[in-house]
Design a protein around this ligand. Structure first.
Ligand code: AMP
Length: 452
């Protein structure tokens, strides 16, 4: 298979081998339908069943489905035959970050960029109850734009697999990168263990070699247990400070990811521009048809008009959005207002100031609200679009155009009271409640594992 091309299920043409893991080989491939370049991870079913790893593979699938982020390798689909499982995943053209470091240490600004992307993606995973548990440069890939992509969720754990003490109990990871509490097998907190591994990665990026290294494995474990490492003289004082806090042998006092993101070293230099790297199919929403209609509206500066179809589809009883939207959390919020457009605009501007959002007025009654601080999935950006039904009756649609969905949900909650004075009715309040109940009922049913 290495040299000849091979057609998989009449859908993918497999090419050269990209890499090899313990139970899998990864190939470059191209979709015969869309011509898109992808990577395909081929897993031998028999091998993994022999060592009882089928559950781990199923977990990798659930985890990859759960975490969609510009800095995490995207799982497109899973195919299976009698003997093999195929993960069709995003292709990272730049290969492993490890190869860059193997050539020597990185400049501080370059290391910072990768580190920022790593921490943002991991913080996002943690917010969804997922820990990676095997963070190391070999599992950090680069795309064609030199953006970092976390791969290999084979060892990741979901919050559900915690024991009653709330700690994880499987020893996993790669010796040089694992936290002392993981080695001690006393049970560990996946979040804190990932922070340690990121500390080791940061050290490796800046130094070009490992912080804990010894030809004798026991000696290496001893050094890890005591966090016995030395920073080379080219490390800046801020980088040293941050490393000492991340490589704290006591998980209880070890720095949190939120504090890492707040540290002066992390915040210095150019920030990761996630807005530019978000690939198609992430949670970043695309312009709605209403936006497009607004673009066609020649009279700029004024709110867009709604046609009868828009009004029907926006009204509760005829709301068809559920048919199209995959993620109910991501959905837009709408309210009607009996105020004129200028009053609505000035209220939104006032609210923006209060909530520390930069509000920009665009054409056709569109307001863009950007958060000044970077969130876990880039900068949160929210659009509010005002549609005129009559000069004193408007519909306002609020939706996320960039950033993390949970941060967006939280911001929406803060916006509601701030807009109270101009809101006549929030649309879909009743409907949303019944949907939430349905969703809750579904969550209580046993989850179907993918059939392999
Ligand atoms: P894994 O089994 O996920 O550890 O993958 C083994 C190796 O295959 C990695 O270390 C990479 O060199 C390569 N690889 C894995 N996934 C991809 C990908 N999505 N794009 C490019 N190379 C990959």
């Amino acid at each position: 298979m290495e040299n000849n091309s091979y057609i998989l299920m009449q859908r993918y043409e497999l090419g050269r081998q990209l890499g090899k893991g313990t139970f899998a080989k990864v190939y470059y491939a191209r979709s015969l339908i869309t011509n898109q370049a992808v990577a395909i991870k081929v897993i031998d079913k028999e091998k993994i069943m022999k060592v009882g790893l089928m559950d781990q593979i199923k977990r990798e699938i659930s985890v990859m489905r759960l975490v969609r982020h510009p800095n995490i390798i995207h799982l497109y689909e899973v195919l299976a035959t009698k003997t093999k499982i195929y993960f069709v995943i995003e292709y990272a053209k730049g290969g492993e970050l490890f190869n860059k470091v193997a050539k020597g240490k990185l400049k501080e600004d370059v290391a910072r960029k990768y580190f920022q992307q790593l921490i943002n993606a991991l913080d996002f995973c943690h917010s969804r109850g997922v820990y990676h548990r095997d963070i190391k440069p070999e599992n950090l890939l680069l795309d064609e734009n030199d953006n970092l992509k976390i791969s290999d969720f084979g060892l990741s754990a979901l919050a559900e697999s915690k024991r009653q003490d709330g700690l994880l109990h499987t020893t996993c990871g790669t010796p040089a990168y694992v936290a002392p509490e993981v080695i001690n097998r006393k049970g560990y907190d996946g979040v804190k263990a990932d922070v340690w591994s990121c500390g080791v990665v940061l050290y490796v990026l800046l130094a070009g070699y490992l912080p804990f290294h010894d030809s004798n494995l026991m000696e290496m474990y001893r050094k890890i247990g005591k966090a016995e490492f030395r920073c080379p003289n080219w490390f800046s004082p801020e980088a040293r400070r941050l490393l000492c806090k991340m490589l704290d042998p006591n998980p209880n006092t070890r720095i949190s990811l939120a504090k890492v993101r707040d540290s002066s070293w992390f915040r210095r230099g150019p920030k990761s521009k996630e807005k530019e790297v978000a690939p198609a199919g992430t949670e970043v929403s695309s312009p709605s048809e209403n936006n497009m209609a607004a673009e066609e509206n020649e009279e700029s500066g004024r709110p867009s008009n709604l046609n009868a179809f828009d009004i029907i589809s926006l009204s509760d009883g005829f709301d068809l959005s559920g048919l199209f939207e995959k993620n109910p959390l991501n959905r837009e919020a709408r309210f009607t207002s009996r105020e004129p457009a200028r009053v609505i605009i000035s209220k939104i501007e006032e609210m923006g100031k209060h909530l520390k959002l930069k509000v920009k007025k665009k054409d056709h009654g569109l307001l863009k609200m950007d958060r000044l601080e970077e969130g876990r999935k880039g900068f949160l950006s929210i659009d509010a679009e005002i549609f005129e039904i009559t000069p004193t009756f408007h519909l306002v649609e609020v939706k996320k155009s960039n950033g993390d969905t949970l941060e967006y949900q939280k911001m929406l909650e803060d916006m509601r009271p701030a807009l109270q004075e101009i809101v006549w009715v929030w649309q879909g309040e009743q409907e949303q409640t019944s949907q939430e109940q349905q969703q809750h009922e579904q969550e209580e049913l046993p989850q179907n594992q993918p059939q392999l």
